[in-house]
Design a protein around this ligand. Structure first.
Ligand code: HEC
Ligand code: HEC
Length: 248
């Protein structure tokens, strides 16, 4: 009896050691305690203004077409993106879906991920999913895009000749100028960046990193942004979403 208990204990601890703790850390872990507290306090977090605006837009009856809430009885799950867009036969981000529904069902012009209404609605949807694990779809059609993103992740860019992986895999936790280098998980986008004095999309954040290594950013509608976002979502699968984050 005693022996059996011992064996069970060994098996259990063996499993724990084999699995190990998750080495992945969300961006909030790399911030100062003061900024972490600000991100956690919805009454102080400036990004909450966009969340409130998004909540209003979700209900609002547009001049043409129907309200978002009129078709979607429950808000779509922000944790399951980028997903596959059947019509365009390519991946689509959450911001891309929001933009698409506005065009198709409300007669609005395309805005892109950093348009005012798209940002607000995406922020609100992201806020609904706070704490949920990132669960990108297991769709084989996304695989070539993930592979392309993984390749871009390792590719050196710009006058500084640096790859994303060199900073975010190899130097995460170190400091670069004034900033801590995070692991680059897409768990908190759109994000309110103090440097921007406003809310911005994940694509805008990625663009900032390319400019940072003095590279020419990809075209605004370039496939590279999508491929990187599909890759990043897979790399962070299972991590808890931060909602709208705050960043230096
Ligand atoms: C020279 C180092 C460096 C390189 C190369 C680099 N980044 Fe970054 N990246 C940073 C730093 C530093 C930050 C944080 C900046 C801040 O918060 O002020 C950051 C932030 C990010 C974030 C936001 C993470 C969060 O928690 O909000 C993502 C995503 C990201 N980078 C992706 C990329 C991708 C994709 C590439 C390659 C195309 C790349 N980065 C290349 C240094 C780098
Ligand atoms: C007339 C009905 C209708 C309206 C109004 C509408 N949608 Fe949609 N929405 C759809 C349908 C149908 C889909 C399924 C995807 C497709 O169209 O290919 C969808 C898909 C989505 C998705 C992706 C869901 C997922 O899980 O992949 C999001 C996000 C979304 N809509 C947001 C919005 C927002 C934000 C608004 C308001 C600006 C809106 N929708 C207005 C019908 C609507």
């Amino acid at each position: 009896m005693k022996r059996l208990a011992w064996l069970l204990l060994m098996a259990a601890t063996g499993l724990v050691v084999a699995a190990g703790p998750d080495p992945r850390r969300p961006g909030i872990d790399y911030m100062t305690p003061a900024l972490q507290a600000l991100q956690r306090d919805d009454t102080q977090h400036p990004g909450q203004l966009w969340v409130q605006e998004g909540a209003a837009l979700w209900q609002q009856t547009p001049i043409k077409g129907q309200a978002c809430a009129g078709c979607h009885t429950t808000p779509p799950d922000a944790a399951r993106h980028p997903s596959w867009d059947e019509r365009q036969a390519r991946p689509i981000t959450l911001a891309g879906r929001v933009d698409q529904c506005r065009q198709r069902h409300q007669g609005e012009a395309a805005q892109g991920p950093d348009g005012a209404a798209v940002l607000a609605l995406t922020a609100w949807l992201q806020h609904q999913a706070r704490g949920r694990p990132l669960a990108p779809p297991q769709d084989p059609r996304l695989e070539p895009w993930r592979a392309r993103g993984a390749q871009l992740w390792q590719q050196r860019f710009g006058q500084l000749d640096l790859a994303c992986a060199q900073c975010h895999d190899q130097r995460a936790g170190q400091r670069l100028g004034g900033a801590a280098i995070p692991q680059a998980h897409p768990t908190g986008y759109p994000s309110y960046r103090l440097e921007w004095q406003g809310l911005g999309s994940l694509q805008r954040r990625l663009r900032g990193c390319l400019v940072g290594v003095r590279a020419e950013p990809f075209a605004d509608d370039g496939d590279e942004w999508l491929a990187l976002q599909v890759f990043l979502a897979g790399r962070a699968a299972g991590m808890a979403l931060e909602g709208v984050s705050l960043r230096p």
